[in-house]
Ligand binder design. Structure first.
Ligand code: HEC
Ligand SMILES: [Cu+2]
Length: 487
């Protein structure tokens, strides 16, 4: 009896082992081609294409089919940022280009149209294509022409497509990229929302924010020094009024792409953790990810559930790109608070350990307070004051003295500052604490004393009074010296 059971166990074990081996061989390096491309597809559908941040619904047929894609290249001038225009070259009239959705095994009949008003020839290289140039040679056309080619979507994945007409870099830099999703025939698991989010850079003759029409700057592109790094084609394209919206408790799948042409994106969502990431847009799934890398000409798929309300910021965590070059989008999550997940600020209070008083910050390049320098002209004080402000004050009072509501008072047209008989010398040298009223807004916080020389205080105050709309006026170091001596 015992030996019978043992034999049975061994047999079961062997059967299991064979099963594992079969599975293993499917997963191994030489993954067999699971699409039988000699088998004809049945029926046909016309692909519905969408502009970012929207994603087309999946094709519902149970079997592989012929998917007809019609994509039109349009060269046109559009908004890059407020007051900034750019002549974009587009797949479908927007940047990024239209989102295309097919299934693994589908036959894609692709029609590329080059609008007759365009100036240049264009084509398309889809990374989802198995074939020369991803279709580039097969689709190269002059303005006023159409080209057709077909391909079988052999591999599952989220793929970038782009123009590959010489100079390739320039066609991509001007906006010619988008995403094509090849999903498994049975589809991805259902989620509440799917969004299309694609990063890219623009190289403009003018600096970031410089008004008017901007042209492409080849030298900046060669140097890989973009003025704009944007999500969905323009600064704020999917933020503010155009933010994506979802409800608390809903699940989100982001189809992420990076058109480049040069930079790699460290994609992060401030306030969320990706439950799942399809690494590089392929079939490998990673879990519990904070930041996922999206190569130029590559992709990723990220999924998460929104547990609490608030605004999520989608950024390239190469963070100057997000806050200074435009690489920021938003998802607004609306619904009820869940304090079991996140409480919000429970309280804020002054932190002054016993025996301590207002701290002082000493400036790095401090010249001795006693040192008497010759007085400077207004221009010299403004130039020096700007640099000193940025080093010593901007961290709290923000760029151009804007302040932060409720925490750091504004220095712009400040009635509090203008009413100070010492022009603000005391605030800088002594610090400030206790309740104050600035332009009608109450603050009760602590400003540490900033240790600076007479000359430096004079320059900062001259700058703040003149450039931040406080009535102007030169402050001399003699006044600061006098203030110190009186004390
Ligand atoms: C660590 C943060 C911090 C730094 C650095 C800082 N401040 Fe302040 N500042 C504050 C806070 C907080 C207040 C409000 C204090 C209160 O509530 O009583 C304030 C108040 C002021 C005020 C009066 C209110 C107003 O808006 O007119 C002036 C003027 C001022 N700061 C100037 C400066 C200047 C100039 C510098 C740089 C030399 C500087 N501050 C650096 C935090 C800071
Ligand atoms: Cu092109």
């Amino acid at each position: 009896m015992k030996s019978f059971i043992t034999t049975l166990r061994i047999k079961t074990f062997l059967v299991l082992l064979t099963g594992v081996a079969v599975l293993w061989s499917c997963k191994s390096e030489n993954k067999p081609q699971i699409v039988d491309f000699n088998k004809a597809v049945t029926g046909e559908v016309r692909a519905i294409l969408t502009d970012a941040p929207f994603v087309p619904a999946r094709i519902e047929a149970k079997h592989n089919t012929k998917v007809i894609v019609e994509l039109e290249v349009i060269e046109q001038t559009m908004r890059l940022a407020d007051g900034v225009d750019y002549t974009f070259w587009t797949f479908g009239g927007k940047v990024p280009g239209k989102f295309i959705r097919v299934r693994q095994g589908d036959l894609v009949e692709f029609h590329l149209h080059n609008h007759p008003d365009n100036m240049l020839p264009h084509n398309i290289d889809l990374h989802a294509v198995t074939g020369p140039g991803g279709g580039a040679e097969a689709s190269l056309i002059a303005p006023g022409k159409s080209a057709q080619f077909s391909f079988r979507a052999l591999n599952q994945g989220l793929y970038v497509y782009h123009c590959a007409t010489a100079p390739v870099g320039m066609h991509i830099a001007n906006g010619m990229y988008g995403l094509i999703l090849v999903e498994p025939l049975e589809g991805f698991p259902p989620v509440d929302h799917e969004f299309y989010v694609m990063q890219s850079e623009f190289y403009t003759t003018g600096k970031f924010g410089e008004k008017g029409h901007q042209d492409f700057d080849m030298q900046k592109a060669l140097d890989e020094r973009p003025d704009y790094v944007v999500i969905n084609g323009a600064v704020g394209a999917s933020a503010g009024e155009n933010a994506m919206t979802v409800k608390v408790g809903e699940t989100v799948r982001l189809f992420l792409g990076n058109g480049g042409p040069n930079l790699v994106s460290s994609f992060h969502v401030i306030g969320e953790i990706f439950d799942k990431v399809y690494v590089e847009g392929g079939t490998l799934i990673n879990h519990d990810v904070q930041t996922t890398l999206i190569p130029a000409g590559g992709s990723a798929i990220a999924e998460f559930r929104c547990e609490v309300p608030g605004t999520l910021h989608l950024v390239d965590h190469s963070i100057f790109r997000a806050f200074n070059k435009g690489a920021l989008a938003q998802i607004k999550v609306v619904g009820d608070e869940n304090h079991n997940v996140f409480t919000g600020k429970e309280k804020e209070e002054v932190y002054l350990p016993e025996g301590s008083s207002i701290q002082s910050i000493s400036s790095g390049k401090q010249s001795s307070a006693a040192e008497i320098l010759p007085e400077k002209s207004l221009e010299e004080r403004l130039a020096a004051g700007k640099i000193l402000y940025n080093q010593n004050c901007m961290a709290c009072h923000m760029d151009h003295g804007k302040g932060i509501a409720g925490t750091f008072p504004t220095l712009v047209n400040s009635d509090y500052l203008q009413a100070l008989p010492d022009k603000g010398i005391g605030v800088i040298l002594n610090g400030l604490q206790g309740e104050i009223l600035v332009n009608g807004e109450k603050f009760n916080n602590i400003m540490p004393a900033v240790s600076l020389s007479d000359d430096q205080v004079a320059s900062i105050l001259t700058y703040i009074h003149t450039n931040f709309d406080n009535g102007g006026g030169l402050v001399n170091s003699a006044e600061v010296r006098e203030w110190r001596n009186k004390k």
